[in-house]
Design a protein around this ligand. Structure first.
Ligand code: ZN
Ligand code: ZN
Ligand code: ZN
Length: 136
């Protein structure tokens, strides 16, 4: 055991003299040491910070557990709040029900546009054919 006779160390946040020094994490950008309580508080703060994120649509801040991952078909990044997720899903289904070009209701037969056409959703026979014409 080493015998320490250094000047007392104080908590960098509440200035309490420290018996047990807690080293702050690098990410917190705090110098020196913290007491147990402040260290705990910071831990919680930091943890909550990493546990919340903004909805990529409406930017509302939510706990990650309350946010939804967009479906892969939507080709989006980030997370969505429930409202935006529902809206997006509705949009997406609506797009699937109707021809993306002329808006005609799609029946049983629907056609997937080719990737190079850069058309979202699906097409009716007529629009698909006319697109294919241009394609040649
Ligand atoms: Zn403290
Ligand atoms: Zn949202
Ligand atoms: Zn159409």
């Amino acid at each position: 055991m080493k015998f320490l006779s250094r000047a007392p160390v104080y908590c960098n946040i509440c200035n309490k003299e420290l018996k047990h020094k807690h080293r702050p994490k690098k990410e917190w950008n705090i110098e020196g040491f913290l007491c147990a309580e402040c260290h705990m508080d910071k831990m919680r703060e930091f943890f909550e910070g990493t546990m919340t994120q903004n909805c990529v649509k409406c930017s509302v801040k939510k706990k990650i557990t309350d946010l939804w991952e967009p479906r892969w078909q939507w080709e989006m990044e980030g997370l969505l709040c429930k409202d935006c997720f529902d809206k997006k899903e509705k949009d997406f289904t609506a797009k699937k029900e109707f021809c993306s070009m002329c808006g005609a209701k799609l029946g049983f037969f629907r056609y997937n546009p080719k990737t190079k056409w850069k058309v979202e959703g699906q097409l009716c026979r007529k629009c698909w054919d006319s697109h294919k014409e241009h394609d040649k």
